[in-house]
Design a binder for this molecule. Structure first.
Ligand code: BG6
Ligand code: MG
Length: 219
């Protein structure tokens, strides 16, 4: 029986995946690297420094910067990103998410955030949804990020549940791989191609319906 929902944040709860993309695109341009939306799919779900490494590799510039310079580049990206998330309000919940969270709460399902983002707690506060959640997995405490299953396994542990009693929701290919690796039912949000490994996928959050999800997860 499903007793918990483990949520990704960026691109599932709110549209910050777009802000991450725009901030990386502008940072990449400053160092002479072009990235597009197709390439960006690989950046979803992975940490800040891993994203920077992939961008540098994409531009054949992985040898051009010292660790210190890379830290500075990542900080520059994060500063621009933080500017975009400053103004987030509850209105920025993606379509269908407020209903989903409230229905899940009414049914006493446990809810945990499993986001790779260190900005997660601030965004949750701006969205005014922190109180609906039972916990947030601290990405800094993980041995390995997505696609490793650890973050979702930790999310289930926080709820005192077995992963098989939880559903994970994601918009990133790396995230779906992490949920599947945790032996949890995976719900994907995004294109059929990007979400092909998900147990159940919808094209956008407005199609997320709690009853359907629970039914698909075999309840
Ligand atoms: C994930 C995003 O949720 O968080 C990634 O999908 C992002 O794109 C990662 O790189 C880390 O976020 P932050 O806010 O710690 O730089
Ligand atoms: Mg995401």
């Amino acid at each position: 029986m499903i007793k918990g929902l483990i949520f990704d944040l960026d691109g599932v709860i709110t549209d910050t995946a777009e802000f991450h993309y725009l901030a990386w695109k502008s940072l990449a341009q400053k160092i002479g690297i072009e990235i597009d939306r197709e390439f960006n799919e690989q950046l979803k779900g992975i940490s800040r420094m891993e994203s920077l490494d992939l961008i540098l590799k994409h531009g054949n510039k992985e040898q051009d910067f010292t660790e210190e310079e890379k830290e500075a580049l990542a900080t520059q990206k994060n500063d621009e990103y933080k500017e975009s998330i400053k103004e987030i309000t509850p209105e920025d919940l993606l379509p269908g998410i407020e209903k989903l969270l409230k229905e899940a709460k009414e049914r006493n399902l446990g809810m945990v955030l499993a986001s790779a983002s260190k900005n997660g707690p601030a965004i949750m506060d701006n969205l005014q949804i922190t109180d609906l959640f039972d916990g947030i997995v601290d990405p800094a405490s993980l041995k390995a990020g997505k696609p490793d299953p650890e973050i979702f396994v930790r999310g289930a542990e926080m709820l005192g549940l077995d992963p098989s009693e939880c559903v994970g929701l994601e918009d990133a290919e790396a995230g779906i791989e992490a949920i599947n690796g945790a032996h949890m039912f995976s719900v994907g949000v995004g294109s059929k191609e990007a979400m092909k490994e998900a147990d159940y996928a919808v094209e956008d959050t407005s199609q997320l319906d709690l009853n359907t999800i629970l039914e698909k997860a075999g309840q």
